[in-house]
Design a protein around this ligand. Sequence first.
Ligand code: HEC
Length: 138
Amino acid sequence: MRKRYLAPLVLSVLFFAACGGGEKKTENADSVSTHEESPAADNSMVSPSASKPVSKGETLMAQSDCKTCHKEEMKVVGPALKDIAGKYPNTPENVDKLADKVIKGGSGNWGEVAMLPHPQISKDDAKEMVSYILSIGK
Ligand code: HEC
């Protein structure tokens, strides 16, 4: 008994659902194709990579906590990155020495505030970050 009542009900619900779904799909397809014809898509592909290539060191710094204390142009808790770049020439010795400081922490070179150690950062990654910092403005 029950099944005989339910079957037409279920079928008609499915039918309406299918119809509704079908209509929505064609609407979406229409709006997508109109957007795709807009020339703005080209610009968004070109501008980020053309004007500002992102170095590995910059990406690593963005993923770490560096930016909470260091900004490129301005002293925050730590010295501005461009001031660090101005103080140390970009030599392998300086990159090595500063990479150690990033890992072990440092103080006394810029003032009273100390930089916390970053023991989780590998020496290679720290060197990438320092090379990026020392290349700023040069
Ligand atoms: C808690 C805030 C803080 C964070 C987070 C931080 N720094 Fe620093 N950083 C400082 C301070 C303060 C100094 C200045 C230390 C001093 O006077 O020697 C400094 C100094 C430096 C220096 C110069 C060291 C020297 O001896 O001149 C480098 C390079 C540097 N930071 C890189 C980084 C990198 C890379 C990161 C991310 C992995 C980072 N910092 C994260 C606060 C911070």
